[in-house]
Design a protein around this ligand. Sequence first.
Ligand code: KG4
Ligand code: ZN
Length: 343
Amino acid sequence: MKVLGIESSCDETAVAVYDAERGLLSHALHSQVKLHAEYGGVVPELASRDHVRYLLPLANQALVKAGVDKSELGGIAYTSGPGLVGALMVGASAGRALAFTLNIPAVAVHHMEGHLLAPMLEHPAPAFPFIALLVSGGHTLLAEVRGVGQYQILGESLDDAAGEAFDKTAKLLGLGYPGGPVLAKLAELGRSGTYQFPRPMIDRPGLEFSFSGLKTFTLTSFQAALQKGGDEQQIKADIALAFEEAVVDTLMIKCRRALQQTGINRLVVAGGVGANRRLRQVLKDMTARQGGEVFYPRIEFCTDNAAMIAYVGCLRLMAGETEPLAIHVRARWPMTQLATLNP
Ligand code: KG4
Ligand code: ZN
């Protein structure tokens, strides 16, 4: 079965073609970073309009790259949530209408399930069961994954998501949008040990996260350092590094705890913050010390993309899941509501 996947939940328009037999055939993406940059964050109405502009040309591009004609498609998969409702509506309407005109089934895909299963597009793919660390702009959670649709949430962020903490901290340091990659780049120039930042909630049992206090700590440290004087660029770089180290360390400690608690030795890391090089290295070292293994999607599939949507859509379509004709999107959608697929 060949599936066209559509992603439009936030600030990336993306389309991909996945073939159940041959794997990923193509993927195309348009990022709205430049569009939102001058506002310092995503403007929902602008995002929706830009999805309208780019979606169909990208769909054509993905089909041409895959060498697949529309008539060969066996189904359409689109992100139906969680995300910005207007943005989701663009992908869902286009996807549902396309499936209707081609007289093929459509399936609604959960964006976070897409992230979670994105490492399945790599070789070697992780085997079930595994522990998943999902770290994106909107979510931070640890889950025990026993199969497709079998997600037991072990811990979540009580406040800001990890990506959100990166974005907000970058903003208060006067860095650009999107904050995560910009802050990580600046941290490369930082001197380790100049500032000591706390590792939130590691002294308590459990697998919950909290990052908003760290953001406040960063702001006070930054203001104090500016008052003392010195090279502002170096201060920013040192603080960026101290912040990044604190987030990465905290995530590592909680992942280690989840592995030890469940006795599972495979860790999967997905979502935008999974593109962070320090996080990738620290988790690789930690799992190796534990005699386990860590799996990541390639960097470009850590952040939003349609390859993961086409892949999950293909699994669910092949299991007989379909979406009725009504176009339905969800701003919120708990992952625990997803149907389990029989292996
Ligand atoms: O998964 P994603 O593309 O979108 C959501 O579903 O939220 O994640 C975007 C988030 C943003 O907060 C961005 O700042 C963060 O991932 N991010 C990073 C890096 N690349 C993206 N955070 C830290 N380091 C990075 N290299
Ligand atoms: Zn995402």
